[in-house]
Design a protein around this ligand. Structure first.
Ligand code: SF4
Length: 378
């Protein structure tokens, strides 16, 4: 049996590089198995000891270094011996993401995999959708189609946002994101049944309706504080992300205390930040990052956040965190920066913590959110 699907070209181009991977996904993560596949493991004497139950859910066990116990010489031992179909959904599909709009299955890929990020940044493939057939879809596959829209209408609306980014070559990524924030705020007050007419008009006129941004000097440190809070709450202990954090600290002459979640900044820190942001050469990567976020989140339909404004706020926080980190690194580190921060932010299960951060820092306010995104006037 096969399933009809719309698949991003980046998925077609992707091939896991296994032992060559700089940040193997078999480390640190809970790889979940559904009951049927878990029973297959339990029936096999060579595999029964490789899974356990956590929070009422079967997951792969980890070794002392937090790697999956079935990772052998950088490759998946279960895949090698039993074939990929034996794997649970988490291992079978990663880094692919399958979402539904009604009966339409749509597959894209997450930038939390360094190889996916490399393919995107090196222009080998993007997120354009093409029709294909696949052999398996995930057991849990959330449908994001609003009741007021047809599948075709939802895909068209999604495509308006994608085309706006791809075709506005005269605008930088900050202007594009500011426009999408403005459009999102407007769409929240318009019935979804009207979005198909409203979105093209709102996108076309967005630049004339952006409200003044309110910039605060402390925002760069607030971004780092938010990053530390999210690392702390997710309990993700990833060496590559720690290296990225250490380089940010060194570049801005700040001291980060991850245990007590505090930052001490020095007399030159704000000036250093302003200089790094002005010198930043990361625009090409940021533009692709914004495109990937809008595409892989099936924007304005999937992704974390109750309202559309919440969704674009969360994308904005990810964008500014990656921009700050890129400004502190060399161009050769772009894959490292983008995939490691995506590994944290793109796998949050809930927006609860982010919502409280947004409320505490007043980023829920549209002027402040635009100020966070603009940032450069410091
Ligand atoms: S992170 Fe990506 S390239 Fe690396 S091992 Fe996992 S799927 Fe393969």
């Amino acid at each position: 049996m096969t399933y009809k699907i719309k698949q991003s070209k980046i998925v077609t181009s992707f091939k896991c590089i296994g032992a060559e991977c700089s940040n193997n996904c078999c480390q640190n993560w809970q790889m979940q198995l559904d009951v049927t596949r878990a029973n297959n493991y339990l029936k096999d004497p060579l595999l029964s000891d490789s899974i356990t139950k956590k929070d009422n859910q079967y997951v792969m066990k980890h070794d002392a270094n937090n790697y999956c116990v079935k990772l052998e010489s950088g490759r998946c031992g279960v895949h090698a011996k039993y074939g990929e179909n034996f794997l649970g959904d988490a291992c079978y599909f990663y880094p692919r993401i399958v979402r539904k709009l009604g009966n339409q299955n749509i597959m894209s890929a997450t930038l939390s995999c360094p190889e996916v990020t490399r393919i995107l940044l090196e222009n080998e493939a993007g997120y354009e959708l093409e029709d294909t057939d696949i052999a398996r879809i995930p057991i849990v596959c959330k449908d994001y189609l609003p009741a007021e829209l047809t599948e075709d209408a939802a895909l068209l609306i999604h495509n308006y946002f994608i085309e706006h980014i791809l075709q506005s070559q005269d605008k930088d990524s900050v202007s594009l994101l500011s426009e999408i924030i403005t459009v999102s705020k407007s769409l929240d007050s318009i019935a979804k049944s009207s979005w198909i007419d409203a979105v093209p008009f709102l996108l076309e006129t967005a630049s004339t309706r952006i409200i003044p941004a309110k910039i605060e000097a402390n925002d760069p440190f607030n971004i780092i504080n938010a990053l530390m809070l999210v690392i702390h709450s997710s309990k993700l202990n990833n060496n590559i992300l720690n290296e990225v954090l250490a380089t940010i600290a060194e570049s801005l002459e700040i001291t980060i205390d991850q245990k007590n979640l505090t930052i001490q900044y020095g007399p030159n820190s704000i000036e250093l930040y302003g200089k790094l942001m002005n010198d930043s050469l990361g625009e090409g990567a940021l533009r692709k990052y914004l495109y990937a976020q809008i595409a892989s989140n099936l924007f304005p339909f999937a992704g974390l956040g109750a309202s559309l404004y919440n969704k674009i706020s969360i994308i904005s926080l990810k964008f500014v965190t990656i921009r700050l980190a890129l400004a502190c690194h060399n161009k050769s580190d772009e894959v490292k920066v983008i995939h490691s921060i995506s590994r944290l932010y793109d796998h949050l299960q809930s927006d609860e913590l982010l919502t409280s951060i947004f409320n505490d820092l007043n980023w829920a306010n549209e002027s402040r959110l635009l100020g966070l995104v603009r940032a450069l006037a410091i």
